[in-house]
Design a binder for this molecule. Structure first.
Ligand code: PEP
Ligand code: MN
Length: 291
């Protein structure tokens, strides 16, 4: 263990805090991420059809989401599972943006898709399975769009910041870090939500931090409480899966909220977000870790 975080993360000058640059907010249209507002990105794991996505977009917008999520290129654990609609899915996302005004976050799986995904996406998502894909990181560094970088399943925070540095070093400082749970020996939840990652990243990094309570636990009933936890420890926002009919979703149905559950979660979250904004406890000191 490093003597302190400043030293541990010193190889990443473009993404760690400095006296001249303590934080960088990311701008997506008229939304600012990392400037005090808790920004909510919500939608289905996968874009399955125009009707499914448009219904979800309307429901999440009505409940207060700022940004619509939906995967068109899907990194599935099995090659036999639904792989996403590809470019047709991107076109559906484009239509949803047109109709609702919501900005779009969607995953880019491969370097060769960066250009076409950037045509439709307001935020390029680099998924956990690709956090260490250097050619993809370099390419999204040159894509001209903000990037949501998800923590790899077995990545340390140092690895995550190293990946972010790679994007920044290629010309793109508009990066958000995402804690989405890591692999541990625990099997009751899909992943283990590393709650301490959020205040550590908020302390050492200048980048906004987003939580993903859906992939962190894999269980619908736990999503609202993990979202609440993420907000309370200082995350700048969350990305969460919502589906009109989770039991029949083509991917990640078990962890997807219904419209009603999403609406209830958003109402509940309000008072916790308010609490944090009034709290004087914040993570700005750069010393820490074991000595
Ligand atoms: C997703 O957001 O649907 C996804 C595949 O996420 P992750 O990369 O965190 O597994
Ligand atoms: Mn998913």
């Amino acid at each position: 263990m490093a003597a302190n975080w400043t030293k541990q993360f010193s190889n990443y000058p473009l993404v760690t805090k400095s006296p001249e640059c303590p934080t960088t907010a990311v701008h997506v249209g008229d939304i600012t991420i990392g400037d005090g507002e808790f920004v909510v990105m919500a939608g289905p794991c996968s874009v399955e059809s125009e009707r499914q996505l448009l219904r979800t977009a309307e429901a999440v917008a009505l409940a207060g989401a700022h940004i619509l999520r939906g995967g068109a290129f899907k990194p599935r654990s099995s090659p036999y599972a639904f792989q996403g609609l590809g470019v047709d899915g991107l076109k559906i996302l484009g239509k949803a943006r047109e109709l609702t005004g919501l900005a779009i976050v969607t995953e880019v799986l491969s370097e060769t898709d960066v250009e076409v995904v950037a045509e439709y996406a307001d935020i390029m998502q680099v998924g956990s399975r690709n956090m260490e894909n250097v050619s993809l990181l370099e390419r999204v560094g040159r894509c001209g769009r903000p990037v949501l970088l998800k923590r790899g399943m077995v990545a340390t925070l140092e690895d995550l910041l190293g990946a972010a540095e790679c994007i920044a070093a290629n010309g793109n400082p508009n990066i958000m870090l995402c804690e989405r749970g890591i692999r541990t020996f625990e099997t009751a939840t899909r992943n283990t939500f590393d709650i301490a990652a959020i205040p550590v990243l908020k302390t050492v990094s200048r980048l906004p931090v987003i939580v993903d309570p859906s992939h962190a636990c894999g269980v619908r009933s736990l999503v609202p409480i993990l979202a609440r936890a993420g907000a309370v420890v200082g995350a700048d926002g969350m990305i969460v899966e919502v589906h009109p009919d989770p039991n029949n979703a083509l991917s990640d149905g078990d962890q997807s909220l219904t419209f009603e559950q999403f609406d209830a979660m958003m109402r509940d979250l309000g008072r916790y977000i308010q609490l944090v904004s009034e709290s004087s406890c914040c993570c700005t000191s750069q010393s820490g870790g074991h000595s």
